[in-house]
Design a protein around this ligand. Structure first.
Ligand code: CA
Length: 228
């Protein structure tokens, strides 16, 4: 079981994080204070990723991070920071965190970050668990298929590659050139319009209403974004 520690003193945020991680296939260990987190980590040495809130009663998230790093260099650490704490990001990374997520975050963004760190932390021995789950979508990377609400959507290989790129980068604006290079390759000689054509086709397949897309949105003058 893939174990993730969630340290957050606000019950509603902690539950939100836990529910979404469980949905993505993680086993979660919860802590409401830094002291509790350190105690639980000691009892669960197989935790591969820890999510640490910064503002806590008692010792803060940075101190927890510092103490974890004192004994464990391998565990992946993601700091949960508030928007007003821009400086915290720097401090957090200085104390040994691998990544940070700014509140408020989307479930898709959080899960993607945890997945990435989990893989980097060597927690996933199969290298790829074969699935990217972003409800209502489920991308199976082994047989290259996409499901929406459990129903298979037929995709071309290129459309699949575009979807994989999107689902690996939820909430991130991707330029048309970036998409072109990632999917068609650096040596592609055609026009960037091929991206638009494929997006138009993908929208017909994945959107509830292709004329007013909500999953694949346009970033005007730039490219596209996968997000909810
Ligand atoms: Ca807090």
């Amino acid at each position: 079981m893939k174990k993730v520690l969630v340290l957050e003193d606000e019950d509603n945020i902690r539950s939100f994080v836990v529910i979404n991680l469980k949905r993505a296939g993680y086993d979660t260990i919860e802590a409401a204070s830094g002291e509790e987190a350190l105690e639980k980590l000691k009892r669960n040495p197989d935790v591969k990723v820890a999510l640490l809130d910064v503002m806590l009663p008692g010792i803060d998230g940075f101190e927890v991070c510092r103490r974890i790093r004192g004994t464990d260099s391998k565990i992946g650490i993601i700091m949960l920071t508030a928007r007003s704490q821009e400086m915290d990001k720097v401090t957090g990374l200085m104390t040994g965190a691998d990544d940070y997520v700014t509140k408020p975050f989307s479930p898709a963004e959080l899960t993607a970050r945890v997945d990435a760190l989990y893989r980097r932390s060597g927690g996933d021995t199969s290298a790829d668990n074969g699935e990217i789950s972003q409800p209502p979508f489920l991308l199976n990377t082994r047989n290259r298929t996409l499901e929406k609400n459990g129903v298979r959507i037929k995709l071309t290989q290129v459309e699949y590659s575009v979807m994989k790129l999107f689902m690996d980068n939820p909430g991130k604006a991707l330029s048309r050139d970036e998409i072109l290079e990632a999917v068609w390759g650096r040596d592609y000689y055609g026009e960037v319009k091929i991206v638009d054509v494929n997006i138009r086709r993908l929208r017909i397949k994945v959107e509830d209403d292709p004329t007013s897309p909500t999953y694949i949105t346009t970033v005007w003058g730039y490219g596209y974004k996968w997000g909810f």
